[in-house]
Design a protein around this ligand. Structure first.
Ligand SMILES: [Zn+2]
Ligand SMILES: [Zn+2]
Length: 389
């Protein structure tokens, strides 16, 4: 079958790979109908992780069950399903407590597994024609049959729950104000989640005009272009002070607002402008004393392409003194998708939520190499790309 294979820095190819097989009685095989390209795939694509060539990408997967292992009891051939990007067992201590992003059984020596991701276990990705799903009764969420809501449901694998998780990490309450740094797909979903949860005011910070427009149009957000000056001062001026809560939807490959070129039309990622602590420090500045910060943005313990030696070891120059002085709390970590996906699915089915506005492209799997390049360049209008095998 065909799959998107990582070849090395800035290179993926669609290649023939072996079809997955049932390896355990709890597995199912899914014929992929949609698999999304994610911002976190770009960390690997840019060579900023320990990913080696040969990995099949794709952790945001949905499709139709085509084969079931003998011990699978709730799924059958023909079921339409979406899988959390987390691979989890359902019965370890963390899974039992709802932390399926930190399963201790699926990836020995590590807490957490995922499809198609470096260091996340032996699970090839779903940017392919087929996917093997382990612990399938637990890891596959059933969807209504047909093709309805295909775009929206595909976002249940990662970015809609992850954006929602950002607001939960910040413990957002109805009526509170919130600043979301980053208007990539996860930041946009965090802003949308804040709207659904009744935030009074939502500020979204980015530099790409088309992304800020999406936030304004779909999340009723105040948009803050950090090329126009310190985003913290801009938010404080517009809001009349600090906000209640903040979300970091950027992570370690953050562009320093002090280093941006105001006249450029290119938003391609530039390591020379990188400051891995800048978003967290801006959140500490912009959130009020005793406010809370949610950090679903990705940080890594080792970064082969880091701007300095400290960052290479995952150490950041965080203004911890100011955080302490303000009595703020912060919460981190990847999303436990299973905590949210069932409920967000039902909001989509009932018409209470429709995150599909974030999708900009649905293309053939064969077009993946071109779309990786365009998404990596933060090309205007390339927000969320869905692949269809
Ligand atoms: Zn993702
Ligand atoms: Zn587990």
């Amino acid at each position: 079958m065909n799959a998107v294979v990582y070849k090395g820095e800035y290179e993926v190819a669609v290649e023939e790979v072996e079809e997955p097989e049932i390896e355990h009685p709890n597995d199912v095989i899914v014929d992929i109908t949609t698999s999304c390209i994610c911002g976190s795939d770009l960390h690997m694509y840019e060579g900023r992780t320990a990913a080696e060539s040969g990995i099949v990408f794709g952790h945001e997967n949905m499709g139709i069950v085509s084969e079931t292992g003998d011990a699978v009891s709730t799924l059958e051939e023909g079921d339409r399903v979406v899988m959390p990007f987390n691979v989890s067992c359902g019965f370890c201590q963390n899974c039992e407590e709802g932390y399926t992003g930190f399963c201790t059984n699926v990836n020995p020596g590590f807490a957490g597994g995922a499809y198609g991701y470096v260091a996340m276990g032996p699970y090839p990705g779903g940017q392919a024609e087929q996917l093997r799903v382990p612990y399938a009764d637990h890891n596959a969420l059933k969807l209504p049959e047909g093709r309805e809501h295909e775009d929206a449901f595909s976002l249940l694998a990662d970015i809609f729950p992850t954006g929602w998780h950002g607001t939960r990490l910040a413990n957002l309450k109805p009526g509170e104000s919130i600043a979301v740094f980053g208007a990539g797909p996860v930041g946009l979903m965090a802003a949308y989640s804040a709207k659904l949860q009744g935030a009074s005011e939502i500020y979204v910070v980015d530099q790409v005009p088309s992304r800020l427009e999406l936030a304004e149009d779909n999340c009723d957000a105040h948009t803050i272009d950090f090329r126009e000056g310190d985003p913290v001062e801009q938010i404080k001026a517009e809001h009349g002070g600090e906000v209640d809560k903040g979300v970091d939807a950027v992570g370690y490959q953050a562009t320093d607002p002090d280093d941006v070129d105001e006249d450029t039309d290119s938003f391609a990622y530039d390591p020379a402008k990188e400051n891995p602590a800048v978003v967290i420090n801006n959140l500490i500045r912009v959130v009020r004393p005793t406010g809370e910060l949610g950090i679903p943005g990705l940080y890594v313990p080792e970064d082969p392409g880091a701007p300095d030696e400290m960052a290479a070891q995952g150490r950041l120059g965080i203004d911890f003194g100011l955080l302490f002085e303000k009595g703020q709390a912060l919460a981190t970590g990847q999303c436990n998708v299973k905590s949210y996906n069932r409920y967000l699915r039902d909001m989509i089915i009932e018409g209470r939520a429709d995150p599909s506005w974030v999708v900009s492209h649905r293309v053939d799997l064969e077009d993946a190499p071109e779309m990786y390049e365009r998404f990596d360049n933060r090309e205007e209008g390339v927000t969320k790309v869905l692949l269809e095998p």
